[in-house]
Ligand binder design. Structure first.
Ligand SMILES: Nc1nc2c(ncn2[C@@H]2O[C@H](COP(=O)(O)OP(=O)(O)OP(=O)(O)O)[C@@H](O)[C@H]2O)c(=O)[nH]1
Ligand SMILES: [Mg+2]
Length: 443
């Protein structure tokens, strides 16, 4: 899911990370790139334009700020705006105080309503709630059968009256749920085209008759631009409280997700990630954006580490850390391996807890890797083995040899000392052993 978006943003960020300064021209260029990425992912052009305008505006604002890491700041703006665009926060079902709470599902034909009814019921049931499913799609006998089958599979009762008036059926279902003291009624409705006025009126009547706690718009995540049109129509007809985006386990390009929140003004609440009854996840904008932008993802980190760290080397390294014989030569090797894994800040960002206090004082700029390499190369083997012998005159020799300032030499030595300290802490850290080993590429 969202792989395409993720890959493309990754490229943009690679360029941004190297930025020494935010300027009009790099704001322009980045905006153009983002625009292309969004449009290729099927994000509605108006939504894309507004998004870019907001990012541009904020980037302009930071242009004058003297920032330590302008590129990172730019990335943060994009990140924050994407989270906002996707609705900021996750919002679980809110059934209010009424009993039963009523959930009405609406959407186009084949969008996944009936399946999602079952998934929601299964989720609520797991939460200890009693649920009544309702067959409000009376136009196809198969639709009722489908719901009955789903209900059986999760062991939840169904209210059905065969063919009849959907408004009356839904009302009766709520009455029935009251009598049998159910916590929640979920109403499955017929798929309708937004251009079909009669059918749109019908769903409005159902909503008026049962006064739902949640009116959820179910939309197929694989649909691109069309999703925006139907979202507009459904949100004009009904007081939607959220969207459920289905079929995101396919190769959905993610554009619909990005556009729909902006168009409907209501958040995406859940995403469908399989055909099965447990294939529904609470939608968490921050987590999704982090996923799209490659932040804070341990799994990816482990994969990346595995790809570049050879097992034998990793074991040797672990031993060195344990024995405290880790020297500057090893430090340089480590940095080179990190370099192979991708932008440093991204790597560090993926390590849980690593971007907090522990990393303070470590300045992670990718260009610095090259300079660090130059500095360490200008040291003698003895100095690399035992940095403590690097006194003032050795420092100035190294500075001349590497073409870097004395201050940088000092900083590197300090960094190395910090890193050793950090590794000692890592040895003592209370993270599960296998995670630590994974991070070191040991399994
Ligand atoms: N892979 C995948 N398939 C899904 C998901 N949600 C629904 N489907 C499939 O999509 C198809 C249509 O789903 P339904 O639940 O019947 O859709 P509907 O909106 O009730 O359709 P109508 O009642 O005809 O309007 C079915 O084959 C489902 O199995 C999902 O999250 N992932
Ligand atoms: Mg259906």
């Amino acid at each position: 899911m969202f792989n395409q978006l993720a890959e493309r943003f990754d490229l943009i960020f690679k360029n941004l990370r190297g930025l020494g300064k935010i300027t009009d021209s790099n704001i322009q260029q980045t905006s153009r790139e983002i625009r292309r990425v969004l449009l290729d992912a099927d994000v509605n052009f108006k939504v894309a334009k507004e998004f870019i305008d907001r990012v541009k505006g904020r980037a302009q604002g930071t242009k004058v700020l003297k920032s330590v890491k302008p590129g990172e700041q730019f990335i943060k703006i994009i990140h924050d705006e994407l989270v906002t665009l996707l609705g900021s926060e996750s919002k679980p079902l809110d059934l209010g105080s009424k009993k039963p709470g009523v959930i009405l599902l609406a959407g186009l034909q084949g969008s996944g309503k009936t399946t999602t009814c079952g998934k929601l019921a299964a989720m609520l049931k797991k939460d200890g709630k009693s649920v009544l499913l309702t067959a409000g799609d009376v136009y196809r006998p198969a639709a009722i059968e489908q719901l009955v089958k789903i209900a059986e599979s999760i062991d939840v009762p169904v209210f059905e009256q065969g063919v009849g008036d959907p408004v009356a059926i839904c009302q009766s279902a709520v009455e029935e749920a009251k009598v049998s003291k159910k916590d929640v009624v979920i109403l499955d409705t017929a798929g309708r085209l937004h251009v079909d006025g009669e059918m749109m009126t019908e769903i409005q009547e159902i909503a008026e008759a049962v006064d739902p706690s949640e009116i959820l718009f179910v939309v197929d995540g694989m649909t691109g631009q069309d999703a925006v049109n139907s979202a507009e129509a459904f949100s004009a007809a009904l007081k939607l409280s959220g969207t459920i985006l289905t079929k995101l386990d396919g190769d959905a390009r993610g554009g619909a997700a990005v556009s729909i929140t902006e168009v409907t003004g209501v958040p995406i609440r859940f995403i469908g990630v399989s055909e099965k009854m447990d294939g529904l996840e609470l939608f968490d904008p921050k987590r999704i954006v982090d996923r799209i932008l490659g932040f804070g993802d341990v799994v990816t980190l482990v994969e990346k580490a595995k790809a570049v760290v050879d097992e034998k080397e990793a074991k040797e390294l672990e031993k060195k850390i344990k024995d405290a014989t880790f020297d500057l030569e090893d430090f340089r090797n480590q940095l080179n391996q990190l370099k192979k894994m991708g932008p440093l800040n991204q790597i560090v960002g993926m390590m849980p807890g690593m971007n907090s206090k522990m990393m303070k004082g470590l300045d992670l700029d990718d260009r610095q890797l090259l300079w660090t390499d130059a500095i360490i190369s200008s040291m003698t083997p003895a100095e690399r083995k035992n940095p403590d012998i690097i006194n003032g005159s050795r420092r100035s020799r190294i500075s001349k040899g590497s073409g870097r300032s004395l201050q940088e030499i000092n900083q590197l030595l300090k960094q190395f000392a910090e890193m050793k300290k950090m590794m000692k802490k890592m040895g003592k850290m209370k993270i599960p052993k296998n995670l630590k080993q994974q991070m070191l590429g040991l399994n």
